[in-house]
Design a protein around this ligand. Sequence first.
Ligand code: AMP
Length: 217
Amino acid sequence: MHNIIVIGAPGSGKGTLSRFLQNEYGFYHLATGDIIRNNIKNKTKFGQQCLNYVSQALLVPDNLIIKMVESQIATIKKPIIWDGFPRTVGQANALDIMLTQRRSKIDKVLCLDVDDEVLLARIAGRLICPTCNRVFNIIKMPPKVTNYCDDCKSQLQSRSDDDPAKFRVRLQAYHTYGQALLDYYGKQKIIHHITSNDNWVKVKVKVIKILDLSQHD
Ligand code: AMP
């Protein structure tokens, strides 16, 4: 098992699930949103190219994002958990080509299904660590010390694109492009749907089973 994609609307828990698989099962967590935010923060050329799109809650054009992903995967040796990429069929095609060149492929696609109302409520309390990108929720997954990251102790922030108007634009983008992606992987019969409205423990157990991983204590 070398490449797992996590698909889901913004706020569906892709980052939390990916981080769990990274920490407990040694996956490499490749999150294009985190990479973009880090590049924007560090004012790199790629970050500057993405800034306008991200601040308007639009998708970064395929050519830019695909080039960045190509440069990232060259050195990764671990199994990869893909979080936030691909987002379009164009990106999915490009990823297939990249992986074929490396004699690899997408093994499974996990789709986190969450109702829109649950997403909207969840996003209202979402906080992110600007240093390690760990995600918290004021109500459902609060940090041990209010407003500070459990891991790197940085002060938590809300994401500027989590404001309700921008969030709706991102959600709309997911519904538009996400369905085409689900059709793309649906034809390959590698999608597993997981209802993730509330019970995180059940989600973990289901994912462990789908990926055929051994349960840790
Ligand atoms: P995320 O953290 O995955 O919600 O991504 C935050 C923002 O980064 C998105 O709203 C897009 O503007 C941009 N982004 C992240 N991944 C991609 C991608 N695969 N394709 C295009 N834009 C992306």
